[in-house]
Design a protein around this ligand. Structure first.
Ligand code: CP3
Length: 357
């Protein structure tokens, strides 16, 4: 497959009639748009077939493979948006902290950040050069996707920092919080560095052709509102504003964020992600109607019988009540053993739903 050059012409975002982009902008839509976080992955046989031959990082490093994996759920499910296949931890590689995805263990960072010296040793990152394979995948995808918009993404600085500090996944975020409380100058230096690297990375994705972007602050719900405001908000804001200035819709996502929603809105985003811990209409009220929302089915519900799934999907759509600015999604990513047929059924349930007025 030829890789389009950086200068190839794409139709402007505004010319693409997409219900996903319309909903991001709180414009009226024919039916509610739907896509899923982690819509590509191990629950799909087509993905497992590629994973037998290539590691997760190898898929990311080969733009034609990353593009193929991105397209798998678009073909199989009939979703209204594609999300680029990549990982929020890819920028850790050029930063020099040594990323590995160990079998059954999740990500491992071999040189975790512990001191100001470590922060200073983090290498400068040029996204077009050091993460050029991501931009190449985006360029291939824009040639393939035609009328389905492509979502680019990055991790938010808090969530990425937590992996850099903990050296991998964490439950208590103890090293992360200990740094905030005991060495705030090191924390702020790390967040400065990360927010500028991540903002440049996200802007590069938009320049390569991403038509919307999502900032994943998956673990930020571990923080109190006070700590969010002091230690996180200014840095997330920097990334969200940089993306916004490029003129594409920006989705700001987190989980366990019920008490953080007004602050997350202040940090930025045209669309705010809601998880299943709060009813969609209550979450939307906390945020205010001048922002779009995305969510919020519990990913575990995809393991339930179809009538139960349907009643929960309809409950969410009734709570949205046809208001402009709802994008249907899960409250978090698709889980590993999810039945593909149930995912496809949810897409149809969302598209077939009519609000009763
Ligand atoms: O959504 C998509 O379809 C696009 C692809 C995508 C991946 N990771 C591929 C992946 C996206 C958007 C991510 C984001 C990501 N990565 C997040 C934020 C989203 C979230 O779920 O909260 C986080 C926290 C990570 C870090 C990460 N990557 C972890 C913790 C793991 C291991 C956990 C697991 O499920 O094994 C990964 C690995 C990873 N990234 C997989 C995929 C499909 C696992 C599958 C594999 O090994 O092939």
């Amino acid at each position: 497959m030829p890789i389009p050059s950086a200068t190839s012409e794409y139709s402007p975002v505004s010319m693409l009639q997409s219900r996903f982009l319309q909903a991001c902008n709180r414009e009226p839509v024919d039916v509610t748009p739907v896509w899923f976080m982690r819509q590509a992955g191990r629950y799909m046989a087509e993905y497992r077939a590629i994973r037998q031959k290539y590691s997760l990082l190898e898929i990311c490093y080969h733009p034609e493979l990353a593009a193929e994996v991105t397209l798998q759920p678009v073909r199989a499910l009939g979703v209204d948006a594609a999300i680029l296949f990549a990982d929020i931890l890819l920028p850790a590689i050029p930063l020099g902290v040594g990323l590995e995805f160990a079998k059954g263990e999740g990500p491992i960072l071999h040189n975790p950040v512990r001191t100001m010296e470590h922060v200073k040793e983090l290498r400068p990152v040029d996204p077009e050069k050091d993460l050029g394979y991501v931009m190449a995948a985006i360029r291939i995808l824009r040639g393939e996707l035609k009328d389905i918009p492509l979502i680019g993404f990055c991790g938010a600085p808090f969530t990425v920092a937590s992996y850099l500090l903990e050296g991998g996944s964490s439950r208590e975020f103890l090293r992360t919080k200990t740094m905030m409380y005991s060495a705030p100058e090191v924390w702020h230096a790390l967040m400065e560095k990360l927010s500028s690297v991540l903002a440049d990375y996200l802007v590069a994705q938009i320049h390569a052709g991403a038509q919307a972007v999502q900032v994943f602050d998956s673990w930020v719900g571990a923080l109190s509102p006070q700590d969010y405001e002091t230690f996180v908000l200014p840095y997330s804001q920097k990334i969200l504003q940089s993306a916004k200035a490029e003129g594409v819709p920006v989705i700001h996502f987190g989980t366990n964020t019920t008490t953080l929603l007004p602050l997350m809105k202040r940090a930025g985003g045209d669309v705010i992600g809601l998880d299943w811990r709060i009813p969609l209409d209550d979450g939307w009220s906390l945020l205010g109607e001048d922002v779009a929302v995305q969510g919020n089915l519990d990913p575990a519900l995809l393991f339930a019988p179809l009538p139960e799934i349907k009643s929960r999907v309809h409950d969410i759509l009734r709570r949205a009540n046809g208001r402009a600015g709802h994008i249907f999604n899960l409250g978090h990513g698709i889980l590993q053993h999810t039945p593909v047929d149930n995912v496809r059924a949810v897409v149809d349930m969302v598209h077939e739903f009519k609000v009763d007025r």
